[in-house]
Design a protein around this ligand. Structure first.
Ligand SMILES: Cc1cc2nc3c(=O)[nH]c(=O)nc-3n(C[C@H](O)[C@H](O)[C@H](O)COP(=O)(O)OP(=O)(O)OC[C@H]3O[C@@H](n4cnc5c(N)ncnc54)[C@H](O)[C@@H]3O)c2cc1C
Length: 387
């Protein structure tokens, strides 16, 4: 892989993190990625090892067990891991960007000490529960309620499509706490610990993509949690998790870029060895141009990703740019995987050659954490205002 362009945007510390994540990805993630996908098995041991290496806590201050390196470092980790496994890339994203970040943004000192420290070190896993059976893109439409009764919130309702279920110890659950408030108002973020009475996890979704990442429904039936588990202010949950989602859009874009890079590497290796009509297929422009287009598309999204991550790390607002990145990277990832499959011909459809897994995993990336259409809606709002 040629890192010249990427290195021009990264200092030595960031290159070091990237190289460390790449080594881990190639040595530890690659050998089991296909098997975990086939068995729909969660990569818990790998999550723990990533925590021990400090690679889950890049965005978390040292005071709470993190390495405080920032979102760009975090996105480099996700990119490198996703070069071999979309499943693990998503598990990290849900744990860190969606799970830990809202606690960092809005949690009390005690909550940060109690929940972030073990999570940053990989001893505990986080999950984030926003989506419901009848509301996904319409994030403000959540119907799960939390009613204060004495010193406890009583939660009733359900969530769907939640990543890291079963293995997570902490679930950030978005609840309506003011039923009289409309839309995204009157929502709060409440932390529910796994195993709390009244909280149950449904059977795992059998899904097309990221098959090892444990997706399921959450059910709350008079589930009582201490009122101290409120993250941030009551009825002010929406801005909190939207801030987490902005950051999550950088992370899931890094996942797109990693998947696309991984599939390009596999396609190039294959194409160099594959002969047709007496020549390697790379001798045909129909094939080599596809590879050229793939590399160009990836490089463009990577440059955008690093730029948006740097905006975050510099404290510059970036909601529009995060949506542009998510939109571009998600679509790019699918196009690149499509082309890689074309380069491999029939073997592209075989599990054995892995491109098939990347092609499936890519489908997540135009849907999760804001569909392509929702991202365009966000961008257009800014565009119409900016000009
Ligand atoms: C593998 C996986 C993991 C996930 N993990 C989590 C998780 O950990 N936590 C969590 O809370 N959620 C999670 N999700 C849910 C995910 O965030 C939602 O699927 C996503 O936000 C889209 O919502 P939806 O599926 O309800 O689709 P809908 O909102 O029903 O959208 C259906 C279609 O309508 C379009 N659409 C909707 N509204 C508009 C509009 N205003 N303008 C134009 N088009 C529109 C959408 O773009 C889409 O094409 C996960 C999903 C997947 C697939």
């Amino acid at each position: 892989m040629n890192d010249v362009m990427a290195n021009s945007m990264l200092d030595e510390d960031l290159q070091g993190i990237r190289d460390m994540a790449r080594k881990f990805s190639d040595e530890k993630v690659a050998p089991t990625a296909l098997e975990l996908d086939q068995k729909h098995e969660y990569p818990l041991d790998l999550m723990k090892e990533l925590g021990e290496l400090g690679l889950l806590g890049c965005c978390i201050p040292e005071a709470y067990g993190g390495s405080e390196l920032g979102v760009l470092a975090h996105s480099l980790v996700i990119e490198e891991i996703s070069r071999n496994s979309g499943t693990l890339g998503l598990a990290i994203d849900a744990h860190t960007s969606l799970g830990m970040m809202p606690v960092l943004f809005g949690g009390s000192e005690e909550q940060k000490q109690q929940y972030l420290t073990p999570a940053a070190q990989g001893h505990e896993i986080f999950a984030f529960g926003l989506t419901e059976p009848h509301s996904g893109s319409d994030a403000g439409g959540a119907k799960t309620t939390a009613v204060l009764d004495g010193d406890e919130f009583v939660i009733n309702g359900s969530k769907s499509w939640i990543t890291n279920t079963g293995v997570a110890s902490s679930y950030n659950v978005c609840c309506k706490t003011d039923p009289s408030a409309s839309g995204s108002k009157g929502l709060s973020l409440i932390l529910v610990r796994g195993g709390t009475p009244g909280f149950e996890i449904g059977k795992p979704e059998t899904k097309l993509c990221v098959r090892g990442s444990n997706t399921a429904q959450l059910f709350f039936n008079d589930c009582r949690v201490p009122k101290e588990n409120l993250i941030g202010e009551i009825n002010r949950g929406f801005p909190l998790f939207m801030k987490g989602l902005d950051e999550g859009r950088i992370a899931i874009s890094a996942l797109s870029i990693g998947l696309a890079q991984g599939v390009l590497e596999r396609a190039v290796r294959y194409a160099k060895d594959r002969y047709a009509f007496g020549q390697p297929i790379t001798a045909y422009q129909g094939v080599s141009f596809m590879l050229a287009e793939m590399e160009t598309q990836i490089a463009a999204c990577r440059a955008l990703c690093y730029t948006v991550a740097k905006m975050n790390d510099a404290g510059i607002p970036y909601s529009k740019e995060a949506a542009m990145l998510k939109n571009a990277a998600g679509e790019m990832c699918n196009e690149v995987c499509y082309k890689a499959m074309q380069v491999l011909g029939g073997n592209g459809l075989s599990e054995e050659y892995e491109v098939e897994r990347f092609y499936r995993d890519a489908r997540l990336n135009t849907i999760g954490e804001g569909t392509t259409e929702i991202c365009k809606m966000v961008i257009a709002r800014y565009t119409l205002n900016d000009y």
